[in-house]
Write a protein of this length. Structure first.
Ligand code: ADP
Ligand code: ASP
Ligand code: MG
Length: 407
């Protein structure tokens, strides 16, 4: 007998039929002898609807009250799934994030889990119950309710799996696993049987939203095997685990894309020591997550510096940049939110030269201009115009032969 954590995303619990299907699977797993902890997301598009509602009543909703509002979505699902499981004759009990012992820092909207005090869950399991936990939320060290950022229920699930020493964390969603590209953009994308933690980290960080980035960090740090699979077909999905050294590594595992970023360029800034330090310090202190950075060759003692950041942070970054332009005597700054990023991820890249060249050639053949480039040992990313993103993903998927092998 083992312990399984099962997380169900929004589409998996979108309506009463889906909730009953999920409850049935939970009940079967429990009857099979395993202890089961269930983590649920808000039903369907509830979170988006609640965010819209907040913007209908206030100009700048956020912080504590936004978290109070958004956590109600997961609370609805947890109670409904719990009722449905009990209706099948399996004892169950639901918990909010706070009751489940998810302790976070105080950063509303993007709180980090500091500790998991899972005593109540352990006790429920010891009493033979299924524990059903509201994902995406916790309680801060100041005793306020917090949320973990979009997609945060994945993080709740993996954190609980780590704290409870679960055998596996199953992430149930609306696709059959992790694919070689978003199947909505590339219909012939291939389901990957296995992805390493490192590859999944790069994929999650560059737009492969099937798993939230923080959940992959937790899984890697605590060695939690994650199984991403479908709650519609229940077919075996993708295992995300430590790299298997006996297996040959694919050069490229996947192509990801992300159209949620913007680019800011500070123009004609004096090229002298300390300027970049000052600029990025101020942005960091304002809580802005800067991603790619490119500094151009300087001419006549002046240079341009561009960086990318989440679009949601552009307004706040603009305020910081206005100050920096004055302080550094730069000529000004420009914002471009019509950009997107395409990335190639693959562990085999480390030992195979020429991947970057092939990537740039494939984009060139499509007439797609590259605005910025960044790399890690197992990833290459290019910033392109927003309108070119999906075409770029399909071109790269084709160029690297990632499509489903013909039967
Ligand atoms: P959930 O509500 O279950 O958490 P999400 O919408 O967060 O579901 O994540 C699942 C979606 O992720 C899929 O519907 C798919 O469109 C998208 N996706 C993006 N990239 C990938 C990928 N490489 N493999 C699988 N799905 C992906
Ligand atoms: N409901 C939250 C969201 O939509 C959390 C999640 O689904 O994981 O982002
Ligand atoms: Mg998700």
């Amino acid at each position: 007998m083992g312990l399984v954590v099962q997380k169900y995303g929004g589409t998996s619990v979108a309506d009463p039929d889906r909730i009953r299907a999920v409850a049935d699977h939970v009940a079967r797993t429990r009857r099979g002898g395993d202890d089961v902890v269930v983590v649920v997301s808000a039903m369907g598009k509830t979170t988006d609807d609640l965010i819209r509602l907040a913007h209908d009543v206030a100009r700048h909703p956020g912080g504590r009250e936004m978290d109070m509002l958004l956590t109600s979505g997961e609370r609805i699902s947890m109670a409904l799934v719990c009722m449905a499981v009990e209706d099948l004759g399996v004892p169950a009990i639901s918990f909010t994030g706070s009751q489940a012992g998810i302790v976070t820092d105080t950063a509303h909207g993007r709180a980090k889990i500091l500790e998991v005090r899972a005593d109540r869950i352990r006790q429920a399991l010891a009493e033979g119950k299924v524990a059903i936990v509201a994902g995406f939320q916790g309680v801060s060290t100041d005793r306020d309710i917090t949320t973990l950022g979009r997609g945060g229920s994945d993080t709740t699930a993996v954190a609980l799996a780590a704290a409870l020493g679960a055998d596996v964390c199953e992430i149930y969603t609306d696709v059959e696993g992790v694919y070689s590209a978003d199947p909505r953009v590339v219909p012939e994308a291939r389901k990957l049987a296995h992805v390493s933690f490192d590859e999944m980290l790069e994929m999650a960080a560059t737009g492969g939203r099937v798993l939230a980035l923080r959940s992959v960090e937790f899984a890697r740090n605590y060695g939690v095997p994650v199984h991403v699979r479908s709650s519609f077909t229940w077919a075996p999905g993708t295992w995300v685990t430590e790299e298997d050294p006996s297996m040959e590594q694919a050069i490229i595992s996947g192509v990801t894309h992300d159209a949620s970023e913007a680019k800011i360029t500070i123009e004609q800034v004096p090229d002298r020591p300390g300027i970049a330090g000052r600029m990025f310090r101020e942005l960091a202190d304002a809580g802005i997550n800067v991603d790619m950075i490119v500094q151009n060759v300087s001419t006549a003692g002046h240079t341009d510096i561009s960086f990318t950041l989440p679009r949601d942070d552009v307004a706040r970054a603009g305020a910081v940049m206005e100050k920096i332009v004055v302080e550094t005597e730069a000529s000004g700054f420009r914002t471009d939110d019509r950009i997107g990023r395409v990335s190639l991820v693959g562990a085999g890249m480390k030992t195979n030269p020429g991947v970057a060249a092939r990537m740039f050639e494939a984009l060139a053949a499509e007439g797609i201009n590259i605005e910025m480039i960044s790399t890690s040992t197992i990833r290459i990313s290019c910033v392109v115009h927003e309108d070119d993103v999906e075409r770029a993903v399909r071109a790269l998927h084709r160029a690297f032969g990632l499509e489903e092998a013909a039967p």
